[in-house]
Design a protein around this ligand. Sequence first.
Ligand code: NAD
Ligand code: MG
Length: 395
Amino acid sequence: MKAVTILGSTGSIGVSTLDVLSLHPEKYTVFALTANCSVETMSKQCLQFKPQFAVMLDDDSAQTLTSLLKKNGCNTVVLSGKKALEEVSESADTDIVVAAIVGAAGLLPTLAAARAGKRILLANKEALVMSGALFMKTVADNGATLLPVDSEHNALWQCLPVANEQYHDFNNKGVRRLILTASGGPFRDWDIETLDSVTPEQAIAHPNWSMGQKISVDSATMMNKGLEVIEAHWLFGLKSEQIDVVLHRQSVIHSMVDYDDGSVLAQMGNPDMRTPIANTLAWPERIDSGVEPLDLVKVGRLDFSAAEFMRFPCLKLAYEALNAGGTSTTILNAANEIAVEAFLSKKIRFTAIGEVIQNVLKGLPSENADSLEIVLETDAKARLLAEQQVALCNH
Ligand code: NAD
Ligand code: MG
């Protein structure tokens, strides 16, 4: 029996994870669930999965949850605050930590899991983008097992010659390129001139995947793919010129590995995050995920086309930040979080997202990103500058 902590259990990945766990009560117990402030959903999850701990970010939500659970006779202990997130991640009583908080807020609890040598199921790509070198070193130094939940990286990982748990360097292993597939999001066919007028509602309506708001906007700008290029670099140790992106509108091939001998291995499946979640939960075994078998006749055809930087300037910015190295990707991530939030609250236009990020990258120097202090300090500075850029957009 393995005990699981889910950081961000009320979100899209969190809910899908609980769905897979509910199919295998003989294999997994839930140790802790955590959320920002969605008390109602958390209360239902506690009643169903009976975790030892539930963590809410703020005291008010924690109090409301405590009285709701009491009323329903549930013994889950409710904690609150950021420190509690770290405590349930590093606890000796948990084996697996699912990192499914969105954005930089997930970094510290995920690092805590790495320091405690846990098996980490990583969905929270922003943690890796903002502190790749430090994160990977923490994983290696503490014997943690880092398994990719992001569908592209999970696909790559299934297609790479993984010999044991040390799979973070594929140089000299006959790998020529990694090919990340991207759906292209809701605006892949729009006239570029019209992207100025895109609304948040249109941006979060993804054609193939149902996801949280932030990653949905990231998919529409293709910053999501940019973050994934950076994520692939850190997970698999390959240079940016060995990581390509191709548009594939059906989202059936989740990514590919191109080998020196010309073989290209792909992983396929229905676009449903329960597949990579089940894969990383059970690895090296395979368990049922609840996902429908892939019907290739129904899919009919697989299309591919180039991902153009003209249409998706955020993808270009991500490659540039990766090539610049150091804290550039920390800056990119922080500026993107602020810009996306500003777009969702209708403070800036869709096309201003990339402009804000570009200006923040120009305005801050890149430094070595080898300490947590520098990473957090850079993140804070970049957020501040991004807020200023957002304000300028409105003048
Ligand atoms: P979501 O917005 O649906 O859920 C986010 C979760 O994090 C919620 O439980 C929320 O309560 C919690 N949270 C938010 N802010 C927090 C904070 N400041 N402190 C503590 N908890 C906080 O997001 P999602 O779509 O599930 O995505 C989660 C992560 O997984 C993201 O990093 C995303 O890029 C990645 N991911 C998601 C998908 C997907 O299909 N949804 C696919 C691949 C990767
Ligand atoms: Mg992905």
